[in-house]
Design a protein around this ligand. Sequence first.
Ligand SMILES: NC(=O)c1ccc[n+]([C@@H]2O[C@H](COP(=O)([O-])OP(=O)(O)OC[C@H]3O[C@@H](n4cnc5c(N)ncnc54)[C@H](OP(=O)(O)O)[C@@H]3O)[C@@H](O)[C@H]2O)c1
Length: 252
Amino acid sequence: MKLYIITGVSRGLGAALAEALIDPAHQLICMARSKPPLAALRTRAKAQGCRVAALSVDLGNPKKAATVLQKALANVDPATCTDACLINNAGVVEPIGPADKLLPDDISAGVLVNLAAPMALTAAFLRHTAGWNATRKVLNISSGAAHKAYAGWSMYGATKAALDQFTRCVALEQQGRPNGARIVALAPGVIDTAMQTAVRNTPLENFAEKPRFVALKENGQLTSPAQAAQRLLDYLERPGFGSTPVDDVRRP
Ligand SMILES: NC(=O)c1ccc[n+]([C@@H]2O[C@H](COP(=O)([O-])OP(=O)(O)OC[C@H]3O[C@@H](n4cnc5c(N)ncnc54)[C@H](OP(=O)(O)O)[C@@H]3O)[C@@H](O)[C@H]2O)c1
């Protein structure tokens, strides 16, 4: 059995990842806040003989999210698990705007979801699975905005850059450990999701690069969530997964 833990499964890339991973040979632990998509996922997975725990969790509370993950992992039989993979996919691009317009609560909310929650979930996953014989992997969904600075995306870019650095540090820690986990922060390309809609709906004064993203949509240059999910899952299966801790799925 292959175990996949995926956050942000209620729409966009995470929903496509969860959909692609429904398989009787897989066990899924899925998280998001919105309950109706979680219920629908539960129904589809069960109909196809795939064990799933679809859990309504607010990643704005990383401590609680880590506890939920620990409890869900306690229901997994490590003896039957050949592969265990955590995909930290959930993320928020907002608040968008120049830093002098951002409010403390909005900044904190973004940092919790984009950075503190994936860090806490990674920590819980690594702790809980440390004694397992399964191959262990963590895939953190990053962004090109971790490297390229965009005016208006200071919260987003800063949290993704920090997620990349977190990933580099953990990769070093796990190297050389018995059955150490392999970990990658991966930029997934530009995907046609609600996050891109939010970007296109941002007032120009808050995001000067908006026309570029509007053009990507108009010119059909956005990847579909299903295509993006498949590229990420193919990446996950590469034999050298983990050899480049910070990577871009578009890199040949
Ligand atoms: N779309 C792109 O072009 C693009 C490009 C580069 C990187 N990315 C990255 O790809 C990942 C997926 O993005 P997407 O485009 O699929 O975004 P999306 O369509 O906006 O979906 C975001 C997901 O994150 C979940 N989420 C947000 N806040 C949450 C919270 N407080 N607690 C729990 N779950 C929460 C949402 O679920 P609920 O609202 O139901 O909680 C939703 O399932 C993100 O990390 C994003 O930064 C996207």
